[in-house]
Design a protein around this ligand. Structure first.
Ligand code: NAD
Length: 339
């Protein structure tokens, strides 16, 4: 079978990483084209051959007949329309999370995907490809902790004193849609896809006052009530002093599992007169480097018909639905139903 011909749209912070993974650590694919409105990003795209196609215009990019699949790493408000356009142009689609910032857009994407059942449409919930999270899920399915009924999960970035991330805030959907959407997806995945009924959220600004006019916070807390007494407790932060500290605990009737505790960079622990300590990862990419690589490998394998897509668009819709309810609760200060 010929290699899958992939085009990437968006070559910013994460797009460059996906391009590197596609070019250098994914078998059976060729990165043949890139799209960005920023010429400098196209000129410096990693893994792109000088002869490969570069597009400033997204519509021209998806009309390229020599692209089989596209990887969309563009700003969140563009995800739904670009996914729909790419599916209609006959491409397999990988799109970064969140799928959209409203449920109606998610459902429109789902409807178009149903019209193109032979094409893959996958959303970037990268943690599902992390080996530790995979092991945890398998253990839970095998009954290792009895019946799981609580997930406590956090996504916490190291503080960026420059506040540069504030420029993403107007388009990210806020801290819960941007960060906790991963924990929401994990909670559903680890707890067996229960239906969320009600949420409560609060938050605070510890450092970054620039978020206040946007109605956003730099530390957010949320409780999700799922059907059947199942619960999730979520924390998101932009202000950690020690590094990127993303971890999850799953509590069951016969035990619990902890995934990614203490944000350890490696297996070295130093014991000296100052105590016992280890280095920590600095950002999400360092923590999930292997998962990002495995995610692209899974996408390419699914497009080539070698494995099923394990992540459905409806999972992405549910993550958006719950994230939006949490965001409403942050603003109203009241518990909010999930609808
Ligand atoms: N899975 C994760 O853990 C994770 C981590 C970071 C970001 N993300 C997601 O990835 C997406 C991009 O985030 P980022 O941090 O790389 O943002 P970024 O701003 O650094 O990059 C966005 C890129 O999109 C390009 N772009 C803008 N408009 C475009 C258009 N119309 N057509 C094609 N390209 C266009 C920009 O030039 C830029 O290259 C966001 O949706 C974000 O939520 C996911």
């Amino acid at each position: 079978m010929k290699p899958l011909r992939v085009g990437i749209a968006g070559l910013g912070r994460l797009g460059r990483r996906h391009a590197e993974n596609l070019a250098f650590s994914t078998r059976d694919c060729l990165l043949v084209a890139a799209c960005s409105p920023v010429q400098a990003e196209l000129d410096n795209a990693p893994g792109l051959h000088p002869g490969y196609r570069r597009y400033a215009d997204f519509d021209a990019f998806i009309r390229d007949d020599e692209i089989d699949a596209v990887v969309l790493v563009t700003p969140t408000p563009l995800h739904a329309e670009q996914t729909i356009a790419a599916l209609r142009a006959g491409k397999h689609v990988f799109v970064e999370k969140p799928l959209a910032l409203n449920v109606a857009d998610c459902e429109r994407v789902e409807a178009v995907a149903r019209e193109h059942p032979k094409q893959v449409a996958m959303v970037g919930f990268v943690r599902r490809f992390d080996p530790s999270y995979e092991t945890a899920r398998r253990s839970i399915a095998e009954g290792a902790i009895g019946r799981p009924f609580v997930v406590r999960s956090q996504t916490c970035d190291m503080n960026d004193a420059s506040g540069a991330f504030i420029r993403f805030a107007p388009t990210s959907g806020g801290i819960f849609m941007d960060c906790s959407v991963h924990d929401i997806d994990l909670a559903r995945w680890l707890l067996g896809q229960p239906r969320a009924e009600r949420v409560f959220a609060t938050g605070t600004i510890a450092i970054h006052e620039g978020l206040r006019p946007l109605g956003d916070v730099d530390n957010g807390f949320a409780l999700v009530e799922f059907e059947g007494g199942v619960r999730a407790v979520l924390y998101a932060s932009r202000t950690q002093a020690h590094g990127h500290d993303t971890h999850t605990e799953v509590i069951g009737t016969a035990g619990s599992l902890r995934i990614g505790q203490d944000a350890a960079r490696d297996r070295v622990v130093t014991c000296d007169a100052n105590g016992v300590r280890h280095q920590v990862v600095v950002d999400f990419f360092e923590r999930f480097r292997e998962a990002f690589s495995r995610e692209m490998q899974a996408f390419v394998a699914s497009c080539r018909g070698e494995q099923p897509v394990t992540l459905s668009l409806s999972d992405a819709t549910e993550a958006t639905r719950i994230g939006l309810a949490i965001t409403r609760s942050l603003k109203s200060g009241q518990p909010e139903a999930v609808w």
